[in-house]
Design a protein around this ligand. Structure first.
Ligand SMILES: [Zn+2]
Length: 443
C-alpha cells in the first residue's frame, strides 16, 4: 500500500491562513493549533486545507459521490446553475423533464413527488413552462391543502377560548384576516416598507443580473419609512413604487411578473384598497407570536405555537410546495427541486462546535442533510436517519475506490490516510454507533 506524502506546505502558515480566511479571532488561534497538533503527530500525514481550499474534495461531485447520510448521488453546482441549466429550466417542461430524469433518483421525497406530477403534466402540455404548469394545477392542490390545514385552525380556535380578553381580540383579528386569505377574499392590509423590501429581496435572490438587482435594491431602499417619514408619506411611497415599475417596464427577465405583482399590490395597500393575498404560514405564525407576546400563561402560548407549527410547510407537504412555488419563475422552481440534492462539504465535527476547516474534518453530504443537521452532534443527528450505517459504509467504500485511482491525492485530496482519519473521527463522534470498515484499503 502506498501512502502519499503530505503536501509541500508549511503547516503553521496554512493554519494562519485558515484563521485569516475564517476571521477567527487571534486568541482562538492557539487553541486551534494545540488540538490540531495532537492529531497531526498521531496521523503524521494529513493535509490541512481551509474551506476555501475544499475545492479538490468538491471535484468528487462530478464523480457521483453519494451523500454520507442518505446515500443519494449528489448533484453538482454546474448541473443546477451552469449554462446548460440556464438554457433549459425556463423553457418548455418537456425539456426540463428530460434534463432531470437522469438524476431523478437523487431527488428527495417531496421534490420527487412534485417531479412526478410535473412529468405527468409534461405529457399533456409539453410546451408550457414550469411556472405555467404549477399554475394549472394550483387550484386542485389548494383545495387539498385547505383540508389539511382546517383541523389545525380548529384546534387554535378551541385554544383561544382560554385567552384573556385583549389577547382573544387580537387572535380573532388575525383569524378573521386569515379566513379571508384562505378563501381568496380581499383584505385591507397596511403597507409596510420593511415587508416590501424583504419580499423584493427574496425575488431578487435568484437574479443573475447583478446590476439590475442592485438598481432595484437601491430604489426599494429609497422608499420612505411609514414610521418616520414626513407628510405626505403615501404620495412619496407611491412615487418610489412607480420608479421601480418604470425601471423594469422595458426589460425582459424571468422575475418580471413577480415584481410587477408586488408593485400592484403595494399600490393598493398604500391607497387603502383591499387586496387578495395568499395565506402565508410564516407570516401567520409571526403574527400569532406577536399577538401572544404579553400572555402571562406561557404554557398556553407554547400550546398555540406548537399547534400552529403543525401547519404544513412546502418542505414536508406536496400541496404546500405547489402553492408556494406556483408564483415563482420556472428556473427558480426547478432549482428548488434540485437544490436539496446539491453536494456540499460537511463538517464531521460542526464548525460552531470547534470543528476545524481542515480536510480531515470534511465529508460529503447533500444540501438537505447538511441543512437539517446544522450544528447537531453527530451521534444525536444520525439517530433519526434510516440505514445510516449502510450509507456511511458506501461513502467510505466510494472514497477507497477513488484512493486507488491514479493521482487521487493530487486531484481530490483523497488518500488512505485521509480515509483512516475521517473513519476514526466518524466512529468517535458517533460514539461508536457508526464503525466504518476500511479493510478494503488493504485489498
Ligand atoms: Zn443526504
Amino acid at each position: 500500500m502506498k501512502i502519499h506524502g503530505i503536501r509541500n506546505i508549511s503547516y503553521n502558515n496554512q493554519n494562519r491562513m485558515n484563521n485569516v480566511r475564517n476571521n477567527i479571532p487571534a486568541n482562538n488561534y492557539n487553541a486551534c493549533n494545540a488540538t490540531n497538533n495532537v492529531s497531526f503527530n498521531y496521523f503524521n500525514n494529513i493535509t490541512f486545507t481551509s474551506i476555501d481550499n475544499s475545492e479538490n474534495l468538491r471535484k468528487l461531485f462530478d464523480k457521483d459521490v453519494p451523500c454520507m447520510y442518505c446515500g443519494k448521488t449528489m448533484l453538482s453546482e454546474e448541473f443546477i446553475n451552469g449554462p446548460a441549466s440556464k438554457k433549459i429550466l425556463n423553457g418548455p417542461i418537456s425539456n426540463v423533464v428530460k434534463y432531470i430524469i437522469p438524476v431523478q433518483d437523487s431527488l428527495h421525497e417531496k421534490e420527487r413527488d412534485v417531479f412526478e406530477i410535473i412529468k405527468a403534466l409534461a405529457v399533456e402540455y409539453p410546451e408550457i413552462n414550469l411556472h405555467q404548469a404549477l399554475k394549472t394545477i394550483e387550484p386542485t392542490y389548494e383545495m387539498a391543502l385547505r383540508v389539511e390545514q382546517r383541523p389545525i385552525f380548529d384546534e387554535l380556535y378551541e385554544l383561544s377560548s382560554d385567552l384573556p380578553l385583549d389577547a382573544k381580540k387580537k387572535f380573532d383579528n388575525i383569524m378573521n384576516e386569515t379566513e379571508k386569505k384562505l378563501s381568496l377574499k380581499p383584505v385591507k392590509i397596511p403597507f409596510s416598507r420593511r415587508e416590501f423590501i424583504y419580499k423584493l429581496d427574496k425575488i431578487c435572490d435568484s437574479m443573475t443580473d447583478k446590476k439590475m438587482k442592485n438598481a432595484l435594491t437601491e430604489r426599494a431602499n429609497g422608499l420612505p419609512d411609514e414610521k418616520k417619514a414626513e407628510y405626505p408619506i403615501a404620495k412619496n411611497q407611491l412615487s418610489s413604487i412607480e420608479q421601480i415599475e418604470n425601471y423594469i417596464a422595458d426589460k425582459n427577465f424571468p422575475e418580471y411578473d413577480q415584481i410587477k405583482d408586488l408593485c400592484d399590490i403595494s399600490r393598493k395597500k398604500i391607497n387603502g384598497i383591499p387586496v387578495v393575498i395568499k395565506f402565508n404560514r410564516k407570516s401567520f405564525i409571526y403574527k400569532l407570536n406577536e399577538a401572544l407576546n404579553n400572555l402571562k400563561d406561557k404554557d398556553l402560548k407554547e400550546k398555540f405555537i406548537k399547534t400552529a407549527d403543525k401547519l404544513p410547510t412546502s418542505k414536508d407537504n406536496t400541496s404546500a410546495f405547489i402553492l408556494k412555488y406556483a408564483d415563482y419563475p420556472s428556473s427558480r422552481i426547478a432549482k428548488r427541486l434540485l437544490k436539496s440534492s446539491q453536494g456540499t462539504i460537511e463538517h464531521i465535527k460542526p464548525f460552531y462546535k470547534n470543528g476545524h476547516n481542515v480536510t480531515s474534518n470534511f465529508a460529503h453530504a447533500c444540501d438537505f442533510h447538511n441543512q437539517t443537521r446544522q450544528h447537531q452532534d453527530l451521534d444525536i443527528f444520525i439517530d433519526k436517519l434510516p440505514d445510516v450505517d449502510i450509507h456511511i459504509q458506501n461513502y467510505i467504500d466510494f472514497l477507497i475506490d477513488i484512493s486507488k485511482e491514479k493521482d487521487s491525492f493530487e486531484k481530490y485530496d483523497i488518500n488512505p490516510s485521509h480515509i483512516i482519519k475521517i473513519s476514526a473521527l466518524i466512529k468517535t463522534l458517533s460514539k461508536n454507533k457508526l464503525k466504518p470498515n476500511i479493510n478494503r484499503l488493504y485489498e
